[in-house]
Design a protein around this ligand. Structure first.
Ligand code: SF4
Ligand code: SF4
Length: 338
């Protein structure tokens, strides 16, 4: 089998970075997330390939936190749209876990299918290659196995890395994978490596029947109780690998400016406030319910798979200990009128 020795990892990242922006999980001071490899400061930053999930998922590589859309200039009644900023520069997400890859596949459905294409997303995604890192030891908050994710053989990847001790097995899965493999071919070796067995999941989650049951639970009193501790801070949505909502804003000076989009959160009151002042989700409970129905019911109805990938991040960052696993359990146990 083809392997990349861990001793040659930095050399491989340097080579891949010659023609690509390579996003790698790392710790940078207080932040952990996917950052460009060429921003890595030796002795200060820490590579986090061994960690299961850094706080920020790699979704920013295909849906940046802020992204310019076009520039404009007004002159009287005339408006001149000068430029679009569709960006197809080649990027590699290196070391993504299966749950995060599933998050990107969910965004592919939203932004590229059903007769609608988001040209900004399409441009970034077309230049993007995913090198996944197979998981063999799920963490205490992982439940991807319950959310249709195969953590050992993730779908939708271009290369899969498998941690075999002092080397990564390098498994090519697509043409894009072959192209990046060619770049580092001189660093790969043929070697037999033994791989670990998948350890059991600590979280036991049963999502079966939840999407169906939720159809009958829009007005269920359980939402009052479950949503009570939520302070609508939006942390859960920003760390989530599959939350994709954005707002479009304008930056202007005089008669010119540009429009840009930025991540938004359904947990915020302004998110659903209408121009006339009305708000269909003005109450905290309504926003909370929307988030979980979108994750566990609406997306499954539309795309046939849940919008939660079981990464566990929202359970870790929530300041009030709201836990999607307990919400799934509560839905399973709830009494409903037939
Ligand atoms: S992180 Fe917790 S408190 Fe904050 S919006 Fe999400 S569920 Fe609510
Ligand atoms: S809802 Fe929570 S557990 Fe599910 S994918 Fe988002 S952050 Fe991960």
């Amino acid at each position: 089998m083809k392997v990349l020795s861990k001793a040659k990892l930095e050399e491989a990242l340097n080579k891949l970075s010659e023609a690509n922006e390579v996003f790698v999980p790392m710790q940078k001071k207080a932040q952990s997330g996917y950052f460009p490899w060429n921003s890595f400061v030796s002795g200060q930053d820490e590579l986090m390939l061994e960690a299961l999930n850094v706080y920020q998922s790699p979704k920013g590589a295909v849906l940046p936190q802020t992204e310019k859309m076009y520039r404009y200039q007004q002159g009287g009644m005339e408006i001149n749209i000068e430029e679009t900023f569709e960006d197809s520069h080649p990027t590699i997400i290196f070391g993504a876990r299966a749950c995060d890859v599933k998050g990107i596949l969910a965004m592919d459905e939203v932004f590229l299918t059903r007769g609608y294409e988001d040209s900004f997303y399409k441009a970034r995604r077309s230049g993007n290659t995913i090198i996944a890192n197979a998981c063999y030891e799920p963490g205490p908050n992982c439940f991807c196995n319950a959310m249709e994710v195969d953590c050992v053989n993730p779908a939708g990847t271009d290369v899969i890395l498998r941690d075999g001790g002092d080397a990564y097995v390098w498994e090519v899965k697509s043409e894009k994978g072959e192209a990046v493999t060619a770049v580092i071919a001189g660093l790969l070796e043929e070697k037999e490596v033994s791989l670990p067995q998948l350890k059991p999941f600590v979280q036991k989650v049963d999502y079966s029947g939840v999407a169906e049951k939720l159809k009958t639970m829009f007005e269920h009193p359980l939402w009052d109780k479950l949503s009570e501790p939520c302070v609508n801070c939006g942390m859960c949505t920003f760390v989530c690998p599959s939350c994709y909502c954005f707002d479009i804003q304008v930056k202007m000076w005089g008669d010119e400016g540009y429009r840009f989009r930025a991540w938004d959160s359904c947990m915020f009151e302004e998110y659903s406030r209408e121009a006339g002042g009305g708000n269909p989700r003005g109450a905290s409970k309504e926003r909370f319910r929307q988030r979980f129905l979108h994750k566990l019911e609406f997306f499954t109805e539309r795309y046939g798979t849940p919008l939660c990938t079981g990464c566990g991040r929202c359970m870790i960052v929530c300041p009030t200990d709201i836990n999607i696993v307990r919400i799934i359990d509560a839905v399973k146990e709830a009494e409903v009128n037939d």
